[in-house]
Design a protein around this ligand. Sequence first.
Ligand SMILES: O=c1ccn([C@@H]2O[C@H](COP(=O)(O)OP(=O)(O)O[C@H]3O[C@H](CO)[C@H](O)[C@H](O)[C@H]3O)[C@@H](O)[C@H]2O)c(=O)[nH]1
Length: 318
Amino acid sequence: MKVLVTGGAGFIGSHLVDALMEKGYEVRALDDLSAGTLENVKRWLDHERFEFIKGDMRDPGVVKKAVEDVDIVFHLAANPEVRIGSQSPELLYETNVLITYNLLQAMRNSNVKYLIFTSSSTVYGDAEKLPTPEDYAPLEPISVYGGAKLAAEALISGYAHTFDFNALIIRLANIIGKRSNHGVIYDFINKLKRNPKELEILGDGTQRKSYLHVSDTIEGMLTIFEHFKREGKRVDFYNLGNEDWITVREIAQIVSEEMGLSPEFKFTGGIDGGRGWKGDVKLMLLDISKAKRTGWRPRLNSYEAVRRTVRELLGKDL
Ligand SMILES: O=c1ccn([C@@H]2O[C@H](COP(=O)(O)OP(=O)(O)O[C@H]3O[C@H](CO)[C@H](O)[C@H](O)[C@H]3O)[C@@H](O)[C@H]2O)c(=O)[nH]1
């Protein structure tokens, strides 16, 4: 079985490559190295079952070549920065919607049977129901990023039904862990390295979300995929997150503690009622009962996942 992982040198993608290689698949990773690094896949570069392609998915020719002889595509390539939506909406469109369209077009003349897409909790916007189940409606994203993910989901569903392949859409909570190079924990560590006495916190610190460690994420994705193959549905949707949630202030406390610091917290106050930026969802907790019915369970809760990630990013013993 040959698997293509788009974004395969990125944070989540490279962990997925590790798991697929360990399971014995032939793996091709496609990445433009804009956020990912070759370092993340270094251990596989000389392996006979591994192939790396450096390429930008905005170029249809690159995508066409990447899907050749492939049975399964895990589509993780994306720009994950929700916060850039108000300055660069066009970039989020290109790097989430356009590249997905290019992939779907390339798949029309290929042997790909399964597409697994990492969507996002942001498709739910400010959901009134928490924890939010997959069938929550109406889907009203409040960020361009969330809108782009939802548009990509819709295209995938349409193409899957029209061109006879199966598509699994996984809506991820906030994923954290080793090799992550953006997001709140990464930002706090870097801010504290620059100034150990003070920590700027965007918003009012009460933003509360569910965080899942990347190890639980990969295990979840692969367990859900096995279940999806057995069920044989054309298209299906799964939330993947944790059962608890944690505030930004609590994350700041854990990061400070692990760095042995007692900085003064400076809240910017934020916008639109304490959000970090335009389109920042303030409360996010996904209903993960559907994922759990496949046999998967998170091993680390949000607090444990945050602490472990801080230690991993600081290079400390776990
Ligand atoms: O310096 C900072 C950075 C972030 N935050 C706050 O921390 C929270 C988390 O922010 P992140 O940047 O870590 O993550 P997001 O919630 O914006 O988005 C993440 O999770 C989403 C799914 O839930 C998407 O998948 C997305 O790609 C991924 O980056 C936000 O409320 C933000 O306001 C701060 O207070 N200060």
